[in-house]
Design a protein around this ligand. Structure first.
Ligand code: SAH
Ligand code: SF4
Length: 388
C-alpha cells in the first residue's frame, strides 16, 4: 500500500479552533436534508432537487466548500453556507501501524474522543467505526467497556468517520471514478467502540447514508454490524438496515457467557439463537458471523468447540476466532496458538469456515477491544514530552 510507511508513526495534529455553530448536514437522511433546506427558506417545490444536488457534492465528491458547488445558484450557495456545515471532526491523531493499519482519533462535540480504524488487505479495505463514546456494557475482556464516559454518537458523527477516512485515503472520485480506479474502503464494520444496537436510530440513519447509491454507495452486504446480543433490536436491524450481522458470542454456556458478556443475563444463549434464526435474508451467501474471543482456560476447550457447533447448528454461519488482545490490567490471557488451532479444527471438521482473525495494528493499540487505551496512552506520552 502506497500510504503505509515502513515504521510506525504517530502524528499529533495541530488544534483547530471551533467554528461558530452551524447545523451539520452530515448524517441527515434525504428527508432530513430536504426539511433542513425548507426550514431556511428553500421553496418546497425545489427542495427535493436541491437535496439531490447537494447530496452528490457531499457524498460523491466529498466537497466541503459550498462555494465550489458550481451547479447550484450563487445565492443558494451563500445561503446554505451561512446555515450549514459539512465539516469533519478534528483528527487529534493519526497513527499508522507497521502493517498499514491506520487509526484515527477524532474529537467530537463535547470534547469526547472516538476512534476509527482502517485495515488494508490485499483485495479489500475495511473501515472499523465506532457507534458510541465508550460502552454501557461491561464485557470483562473488553477495554472499551471499562471507559466511564458514555454517550451515543449522532448519525453525523458516525458518517463522519467514513468521510474522514475517505479524505485521508484520497478516495473521493475524480470525474466519477475513484482515484487509481479502485476503492480503498470496500467494507465497513461496526466493531469499534460501543454497542451499535443501543444507538439504533443513529446507526440506521448513518448506514443508510453510507449505502445510498448516489453517494458513498457501499452495499449493505459489505457492512457488518457487530452486537453483543441486544435481542429486541436484532430483527429490526435486518429489516431497517439490511446489513450483515456479527454476534459477540464468546461462550458456550450461560454460566460463562453471563460473566464474559453480561448482557447474557438479560437475553441468554437460547433466546439469542432463536432470534438469529429469524434474521431476515439469512442464507448461505449472507451468513451470520459468530465472533469468539479465545481466552486461555476460560472458553477454549475441545468441549467448548463441540458445544459451539451443536448450538449454532441450522444457522448459516461462520465463526471468527479472535485471539484475545490484552490491555493493561486485563484479567485474561490469550489462548496458545496450538489451542486455537485445535479449536478451529473441530469447527472446520463440522463444516464451518473458522478464520482466525489476525490481530492488526497491535503496535498502535488498534486491535479489537484495545480501543480507548490508545488515546489515553497518547495523551500521557504527549504530556511527558511537554506537548498537549
Ligand atoms: N459492542 C459490539 C461491537 C464492538 S466490539 C460487540 O460487542 O459486538 C467488536 C468485537 O471485538 C466484539 O466481538 C468484541 O467482543 C471483540 N473484543 C472486545 N475486546 C476484545 C479483546 N480484548 N480482544 C479481542 N477481541 C475483543
Ligand atoms: Fe461493549 Fe462490545 Fe466491549 Fe461488550 S465487547 S463492552 S458490548 S464494546
Amino acid at each position: 500500500m502506497s500510504t503505509a510507511p515502513i515504521t510506525p508513526e504517530t502524528r499529533i495534529m495541530p488544534r483547530i479552533e471551533p467554528v461558530p455553530e452551524k447545523q451539520s448536514l452530515l448524517g441527515l437522511t434525504r428527508e432530513g436534508m430536504r426539511e433542513a433546506l425548507i426550514a431556511i427558506g428553500t421553496p418546497v417545490k425545489q427542495a427535493k432537487m436541491r437535496t439531490s444536488q447537494l447530496w452528490q457534492w457531499i457524498y460523491q465528491k466529498g466537497e466541503q466548500d459550498f462555494g465550489a458547488m458550481t451547479n447550484l445558484a450563487k445565492e443558494f450557495r451563500t445561503e446554505i453556507g451561512a446555515h450549514f456545515t459539512v465539516e469533519r471532526p478534528e483528527i487529534v491523531a493519526l497513527q499508522v501501524s507497521n502493517d498499514g493499519t491506520r487509526k484515527y482519533l477524532l474529537r467530537i462535540d463535547g470534547g469526547h474522543e472516538v476512534e476509527a480504524v482502517y485495515i488494508p488487505d490485499e483485495n479489500r479495505g475495511t473501515l472499523c467505526i465506532s457507534s458510541q463514546v465508550g460502552c454501557t456494557l461491561n464485557c470483562t475482556f473488553c477495554h472499551t467497556g471499562t471507559q466511564k464516559l458514555v454517550r451515543n454518537l449522532t448519525a453525523g458523527e458516525i458518517v463522519a468517520q467514513v468521510m474522514v477516512a475517505r479524505d485521508d485515503l484520497e478516495e473521493w472520485p475524480e470525474n466519477g471514478t475513484p482515484k487509481e480506479g479502485r476503492r480503498r474502503i470496500t467494507n465497513v464494520v461496526l466493531m469499534g467502540m460501543g454497542e451499535p444496537l443501543y444507538n439504533f436510530e443513529n446507526v440506521r440513519d448513518a448506514m443508510n447514508v453510507v449505502m445510498d447509491n448516489e453517494g458513498i454507495s457501499i452495499s449493505r452486504r459489505r457492512i457488518t454490524l457487530s452486537t453483543s446480543g441486544v435481542v429486541p433490536e436484532i430483527v429490526r436491524a435486518g429489516e431497517e438496515i439490511g446489513c450483515l450481522l456479527a454476534i459477540s458470542f464468546h461462550a458456550t454456556t450461560d454460566e460463562v457467557r453471563d460473566v464474559l458478556v453480561p448482557i447474557n443475563k438479560k437475553w441468554n444463549i437460547e433466546t439469542l439463537l432463536d432470534t438469529l434464526r429469524s434474521y431476515p435474508r439469512l442464507s448461505n451467501s449472507e451468513r451470520i458471523t459468530f465472533e469468539y474471543v479465545m481466552l486461555k482456560d476460560v472458553n477454549d476447550s475441545d468441549a467448548d468447540a463441540r458445544r459451539l457447533v451443536r448450538l449454532i447448528s441450522g444457522i448459516p454461519a461462520k465463526i471468527n476466532l479472535i485471539p484475545f488482545n490484552p490491555w493493561p490490567g486485563s484479567p485474561y490471557e490469550r489462548s496458545s496458538w496450538s489451542r486455537i488451532e485445535a479449536f478451529a479444527e473441530i469447527i472446520n471438521n463440522a463444516g464451518y469456515a473458522s478464520p482466525v482473525r489476525t490481530p492488526r495494528g497491535e503496535d498502535i493499540m488498534a486491535a479489537c477491544g484495545q480501543l480507548k487505551s490508545a488515546s489515553e496512552k497518547l495523551r500521557k506520552s504527549a504530556l511527558k514530552k511537554g506537548t498537549s
